[in-house]
Design a protein around this ligand. Sequence first.
Ligand code: NAD
Length: 342
Amino acid sequence: MKQKARTLKNIMEEQTKKNSKTVLVTGGLGFIGGHFIEMLLEKGFSVVNIDKITYASNPKLNDVFSAGFPGKYRFIKKDINDLEELPYANYIAHFAAESHVDNSIKDGFVFTRSNVLGTQNLLNLIAKTRGNNLIHEWPTSCPEFIHISTDEVFGDIENGFFKENDRHNPSNPYSASKSAAEMLVIAYGRTYGIPYKITRTTNNYGPRQHPEKIVPHCIMRGISGNKIRIHGTGNQKRNWIHVKDNCHAIFKVMTEGKFGEIYHISSPEEYSVNDIVRMTLEKLGSRFDATTVDYVQDRSGQDMRYALDSTKIKETLGWSALSAFKESIGDIIEHYKQHRRE
Ligand code: NAD
């Protein structure tokens, strides 16, 4: 009995030690980064958040995190391109990016600057911590880099699912910038021995997303009685994952994934944009028809279907998505009713 109690204590001490690690999160005032920070703080990690505070960010999160987790959260307002040194961290979870495809079609340069050059600056700074030891091996003496990428790097696929090592074929400046960033991560891993892991995720939904994205757009317009704008026919299909499921998957990859590996994160839920709008309107008690929906000019270069095969993360790390859109959308609607972001 005594032996068992000691073992349990040891386990708890190990757990505390493990969770007292520091994670540098970039873009942590954004939608997914904000949820990831919340999860890390709840698990006992210390967090340093670097965010430029673009229009897409939610600066109120700073107060929430500082008040909720005193001494565990630090914020640095900075563009990742302007960082000259890295704050101490065991891990770097890199979310910071310009993320809205429509904006990238209007002005792609800002996407290249943040998503490509910003990533390269981070990689250069990590490489510096390796000193002259430029050999291709995974060291423990520098922070581990978790790069957050997207299903959009592949472009669309009519049938079937993309696997981790399939060829990129991006369709717009956003997905091209995310593809380029991945290439830099892989190359820096090889040349400078930076220990990296890459996750690619499908369409996230959940509380606190910017209303430029379809789910909050639909909820906010549905609540206020304004028409919902849908690109093209609305038949374009996406895979939909709850942001909390995605954060758990990223955490699994960060703590248990293999260096130099890519992991796909998707759910079993494939729906068209029309399906998503219909389900959301139903939950709001509204009809899906010409009085509630406006079809607007399609996005140039529109991808008709994204699909990731996430067998690898399921089989090697034991992760799978737990939430379903239909069951989650009620709570998400309540969130937007209470905390409008428009
Ligand atoms: P978001 O637009 O909500 O947040 C991005 C955050 O990054 C913002 O807080 C912004 O201020 C910050 N940022 C942008 N450029 C920066 C810079 N140069 N320096 C510092 N901070 C900067 O984005 P999101 O939806 O949370 O997406 C996070 C990451 O996940 C992105 O890399 C995106 O490509 C990827 N991703 C998102 C989805 C999705 O469905 N939202 C799907 C797949 C992949």
